[in-house]
Structures are given as structure tokens and as C-alpha cells.
Design a protein around this ligand. Structure first.
Ligand SMILES: Nc1ncnc2c1ncn2[C@@H]1O[C@H](COP(=O)(O)OP(=O)(O)O)[C@@H](O)[C@H]1O
Ligand SMILES: [Mg+2]
Length: 274
């Protein structure tokens, strides 16, 4: 039987009286890459935060490898799961190295303080995100993309089986976007880590995800392999966008081409369609 890294049961999330997610039953398979997609404000970040226990459910529960997360110690949760939130803020004057080292806190105890292993994990994370030369810089002096990589490095240094990332490629140029996604792909392939992330780029989502979860109207609208889930009807329903879905010539995954309204694209689209 396929084991689930995370499961939500009848999960409802709200801010005050406003319901965001309604009675959600979601299974996130262990050892796979799952990507949440959906329009702005549909609740992707809210859901991810509740999975990481940063937001208390209104009702229902989140299970982490079968155990109710609400009952686990903070340390246990932090050793199993790392989260990169959507817009993290670093304390002023914190250096990249200091930030990345924070990823190791859950692994330290009163008896076992900073160890060789901690050092190695921090160095590995800096290397993987190509931040070795920037490690003495303060986080607030970095460009948006460098800063994003520093946060990703901290998340990697935590060295958890489950990694949650909310739009990890925001602020990154094309090269760094692919670099980060390839890195997560590699962590999944080689070390079987479970990756759960929110991505805006539907085509990259299709390329990297084993499992996409489309969210709409406080519910899961569709879930499964990108090739089964992503089609023009789904894109219309979830993003209210007319598009053509074709096959990525290199990766063989669904490739979504939005029509839009400009540049006489509509005429071409009509020709293409038939
Ligand atoms: N801290 C908050 N307090 C009140 N409302 C919030 C808060 N955070 C998000 N929301 C609202 O909840 C909805 C879902 O937000 P979010 O989960 O951030 O969406 P997404 O990540 O899919 O864009 C939005 O309408 C947003 O305005
Ligand atoms: Mg969000």
C-alpha cells in the first residue's frame, strides 16, 4: 500500500469567520513531488501553512505519517518537515550563514550541540544553492533571488524527509528557477524526499510534479498525475483562462499555452483549432 507522508481529514481552515478551505480530505504520497495549483487567493498558502502546523485548523486534522500533527512535539515536527513560507522575513543584520545554520536547530539538544554533521549539512545546503561566496553577506543586502536561495538553503539544511515550499521560484530568473526545481527533483529522486510545493508556472508544475492538486472553491477540484489532470477544461475552470494544452516536446508533459486576448492570437487560435 502506498504510504502517505501527509493526510488531511475533514480539514477546514478559516481566518475569523471567513472559510478558506472546507472539509478537505487530501492524501499526499510519500516520496513524491506534489504541487498545489490554483488561482490567486484560493488558499494554497493557507493549506500549506496548516500542513506545517503554522495555522490551527477550524476543524478536522492533519496527519504526519499517520500521526495527528497537533499532538506531536515541535521538535519532532521540525525534524520531519521543513517549510519555506511565501514571504519569509529575516531578522535584520542576520548573515546568510547564520540563517542557514538556523535550519539545524531542531537537531540540537542540550547534550548534542553544534556537530560535524551540522557543519556538513550547512555547507552542503550552501553549495547546492550556490551561496558559498555570499555566506557572510547579510540577508537584507541580497537581491530578491539570492535571498530566496538563502531561505531555500535554510530549508535544505534542516534535512527533513518532507520539504514544503510556497512558491520557491518567486524572484528567481529562469536559470535559477530551473536550478532550484532540479535540485528538489534530485533530492526526491536520490533520497526519496517528499516535496510539496506551490508553483505558479503550470508548465513547470507539470514537468516536475508526480502529483498535482488543483484547488478551487475551498476544495480539491482535481488531483493526480499532470497528464491526467491538466487539460483545457481544468485550466478554464481553475484559472478562468482559455488555453490550448499540448505536449511539451522535450519532457512529454502537458504544456499549456494561454490564448489571452491580445496580438491577434485569437485568430490564430481559431485557425489552429480547426
Ligand atoms: N492572515 C490572514 N488573515 C485574513 N485573511 C487572510 C490571511 N492570509 C490569507 N488570507 C486570505 O485567505 C485567502 C487565501 O489566501 P492564500 O492562502 O494566501 O491564497 P493563495 O496562496 O492561494 O494565493 C485570501 O482571500 C487571502 O486574502
Ligand atoms: Mg500563496
Amino acid at each position: 500500500m502506498r504510504m502517505n507522508a501527509i493526510e488531511t481529514k475533514n480539514l477546514s481552515l478559516s481566518y475569523g469567520e471567513t472559510l478558506i478551505i472546507n472539509e478537505l480530505d487530501l492524501k499526499i504520497p510519500k516520496g513524491e513531488i506534489t504541487v498545489f495549483i490554483g488561482g490567486n487567493g484560493c488558499g494554497k498558502s493557507t493549506l500549506l501553512r496548516s500542513i506545517a502546523r503554522l495555522l490551527k485548523p477550524k476543524s478536522g486534522s492533519v496527519l504526519l505519517e499517520g500521526e495527528a500533527i497537533a499532538k506531536l512535539s515541535t521538535r519532532k515536527v521540525a525534524r520531519k518537515m521543513a517549510i519555506l513560507p511565501q514571504s519569509p522575513v529575516a531578522p535584520e543584520a542576520l548573515t546568510v550563514l547564520q540563517l542557514v545554520k538556523q535550519g539545524r536547530y531542531p537537531h540540537q539538544t542540550w547534550l548534542k550541540q553544534w556537530s560535524k554533521e551540522d557543519e556538513k549539512k550547512v555547507n552542503d545546503a550552501l553549495k547546492a544553492t550556490r551561496l558559498e561566496d555570499l555566506k557572510e553577506r547579510t540577508v537584507d543586502s541580497l537581491s530578491g533571488g539570492q535571498r530566496q536561495r538563502a531561505w531555500i538553503a535554510m530549508t535544505l539544511a534542516q534535512d527533513t524527509d518532507i520539504i514544503l515550499l510556497d512558491e520557491p521560484t518567486t524572484y528567481l530568473d529562469m536559470t535559477h528557477q530551473i536550478e532550484i526545481l532540479d535540485l528538489l527533483f534530485e533530492l526526491n529522486e536520490k533520497q526519496k524526499r517528499t516535496v510539496v510545493m506551490v508553483l505558479h508556472d503550470l508548465n513547470l508544475a507539470c514537468r516536475y510534479a508526480h502529483n498535482v492538486v488543483a484547488i478551487k472553491d475551498q476544495k480539491v477540484y482535481a488531483q493526480g498525475k499532470p497528464e491526467y489532470v491538466i487539460n483545457c477544461n481544468l485550466v478554464k475552470a481553475v484559472f478562468d483562462m482559455n488555453c490550448e494544452v499540448t505536449i511539451d516536446p522535450i519532457f512529454g508533459t502537458p504544456l499549456c499555452i494561454p490564448y489571452g486576448k491580445g496580438r491577434c492570437i485569437l485568430d490564430k487560435a481559431v485557425v489552429m483549432n480547426g
